[in-house]
Design a binder for this molecule. Structure first.
Ligand code: ATP
Ligand code: MG
Length: 251
């Protein structure tokens, strides 16, 4: 995936506001890239442009040599947002298979796929529950399973663990890594947690204040599979420290 000189200007009642200023970045297929930067800098705007939920003002985005609209039409994206947005009257299983309804999958094929994905996120025993009968962390896993339903090559996740407690969040991060390893997807992951970004990613994309540019695009030199113990690795400590300093507000 490549972004070349991508800009975005919103036209608001108060006039034009440039949010993204010439972002160029290459993301290797199959890699896990975290996006960090100050609140309001333009992270969501950037990943929404990648996922064809928003059009750039100028510049070019290509996913496997395809523009975002074509990639989206061929179902290359799975989205996970901060809130799981499940359909409350559908069972957990039928929430996971919701995207397959529009694709015209048979009942049997949907059921099989849904159960396979629930097993992947550790929810096989909750297929018949309603969303309000499971915890927030479990709901978020349902949303992740749903995003994987049609096997997209790219997962776009915008602060997917923002609403979770720290323990669940940690566990979900490692679960996501397991899915990443098993399913070989490209993951674009927006987070406010420097630790999470360093621990999970192949590369960390640091975005500057609005109008945002790429401030740093750094490879995480930690081996895989990652474990919680990597938090004590000197590489982890040094990179987290560097990123924290970079994100501190300067006058
Ligand atoms: N549709 C829109 N119309 C006008 N302005 C917008 C629109 N979407 C976002 N913005 C503005 O663009 C800027 C960047 O927003 P964005 O949501 O991309 O930031 P962010 O980095 O994701 O922030 P956060 O970390 O708080 O989620 C903000 O100032 C926001 O008000
Ligand atoms: Mg955001």
């Amino acid at each position: 995936m490549t972004l070349r000189d991508v800009t975005k200007t919103f036209h608001t009642a108060a006039g034009p506001m440039q949010v993204v200023d010439s972002v160029s970045v290459g993301i290797e297929a199959g890699s896990f890239v975290s996006v960090i930067g100050p609140s309001g800098c333009g992270k969501t705007t950037v990943v929404r442009m990648v996922g064809d939920l928003l059009a750039p003002t100028s510049g070019q985005i290509l996913i496997d040599d395809q523009p975002p609209a074509a990639a989206r039409a061929s179902r290359q994206f799975g989205f996970v947002f901060q809130r799981p947005t499940l359909v409350e009257w559908r069972s957990v299983l039928r929430n996971v298979t919701l995207p397959l309804d529009v694709l015209g999958w048979s009942k049997k094929a949907k059921e099989d796929r849904g159960r396979e994905l629930l097993a992947l996120v550790g929810l096989e025993d909750f297929a018949d529950h309603r969303p309000d009968q499971i915890s927030g962390g479990m709901q978020q896993r349902v949303a992740i399973a749903r995003a994987l339903s049609y096997d997209p090559g790219v997962l776009i996740m915008d602060e997917p663990f923002g609403a979770l407690d720290l323990i669940t969040r940690d566990r979900m991060g490692f679960e996501l890594l397991r899915i990443h390893e098993e399913a070989g997807k490209t993951i674009l992951f927006v987070t406010h947690s420097i630790d999470e970004a360093v621990l999970l990613s192949d590369k960390v994309l640091v975005m500057g204040p609005r109008p945002t540019v790429v401030q740093k695009y750094e490879r995480v030199q930690l081996p895989r599979p990652r474990t919680p113990d990597h938090r004590e690795d000197p590489t982890f400590i040094a990179l987290s420290h560097e990123l924290r300093q970079m994100l501190e507000p300067h006058d």
